[in-house]
Ligand binder design. Structure first.
Ligand SMILES: [Zn+2]
Length: 324
């Protein structure tokens, strides 16, 4: 071992607990700066070109006006006089964690970590991990609204137990596609663009299929699906080329032709089932995040995942309201 590293070891061993904690924080901050180009939230927002804009009237051109009680730069709106910090209107508002911890949480969330794993790797409490997960989710709420699939588009439905349904203790689960199950309409196209939309409970009607997919498939595309009758109106209204396979799970042709959407369903199921305590009313948030990450991972070679997600978070306008 080199003498330099021996000295460092001795130094670290001799530090009192509080100073050791300070050292760890300093090391983590430096690594964060080297990786993300900033070690403070303000620095990160500035790096991605986020201009402080007034949360009340939306005006830009705010000037610096002292500091907030938390010691952050305070701005004043030239139009309406409102005072705010650079963090106002971002998911980082009121953040008490150092940037390096937030970035570590985001990193593990890029791999769909469970809450317990976020707690362990980021050394935060359960409730902090929970709140940050929902803050991050809030930035992709509505993100799927803009998704439009084209070319060949595979569609299917999948079902999850509805946690809102209360069963008598000991009563057997109802079988089949009962009203006890939440339906998710799933679609993916030949470019790898995906969509997953919660659509009420039980087997979907024509109306529900239209509501879930109508604005998300380009006219004239080819739709590849099982022979579900509820799809017919969509095919007709959007002038889609209809390619259908009877859902026989022993038929190799069906399995081959539907493999893409079946794989997507399997990935979604594995993802959702990881969150054992998730409530059904939050299912759409989890799916929004899944589909967003699916897109980001698809483009990974052009744009590294973590950098792209961090930019997205820095530029998102969001007011996270705790509902739970
Ligand atoms: Zn204003």
């Amino acid at each position: 071992m080199e003498s330099g590293s021996l000295d460092l070891r001795a130094l670290v061993d001799g530090l009192p607990a509080a100073e050791l904690e300070e050292l760890r924080d300093a090391v983590a901050s430096r690594l964060c700066r080297e990786k993300y180009g900033a070690d403070t939230i303000e620095g990160l927002l500035a790096k991605w070109g986020r201009e402080p804009s007034c949360p009340c009237c939306g005006s830009s051109g705010a000037w610096l006006d002292g500091h907030t009680p938390a010691g952050r730069d305070r701005y004043r709106c030239p139009a309406c006089g409102a005072r705010f910090s650079a963090l106002t209107g971002t998911i980082f508002a009121n953040a008490k964690l150092p940037l390096h911890k937030i970035m570590r949480m985001v990193e593990v969330m890029c791999h769909n970590a469970s809450l317990r794993l976020i707690e362990l790797t980021c050394e935060v409490s359960h409730s902090t991990a929970f709140i940050w997960r929902h803050k991050v989710f809030s930035t992709v709420s509505g993100w799927q609204d803009r998704v439009v699939l084209s070319g060949r588009v595979w569609i299917d439905e999948m079902y999850f137990e509805d946690t809102r349904v209360e069963r008598e203790p000991g009563a057997p689960k109802r079988s089949g596609l009962s009203r006890d199950k939440v339906c998710v309409v799933v679609a993916i196209d030949s470019f790898g663009r995906a969509l997953a939309v919660v659509s009420e409970n039980g087997k979907p009607s024509t109306r529900r299929i239209n509501k879930a997919l109508r604005t998300h498939i380009r006219r004239g595309s080819t739709v590849v699906h099982d022979c579900e009758k509820a799809h017919n109106a969509l095919v007709r209204d959007l002038g889609l080329v209809d390619e259908r396979y009877k859902a026989v799970t022993t038929d190799p042709v069906y399995l081959e032709q539907m493999a893409l959407v079946n794989h997507l369903c399997a990935w979604i199921r594995r993802y959702v089932e990881r969150f054992a305590c998730m409530r059904s009313e939050n299912l759409q948030s989890y799916l929004d995040w899944f589909v967003y990450l699916h897109r980001v991972h698809r483009d990974e070679e052009k744009w590294p995942v973590e950098e792209r997600v961090v930019r997205h978070l820095a530029l998102s306008n969001t007011t996270y309201l705790r509902k739970w």
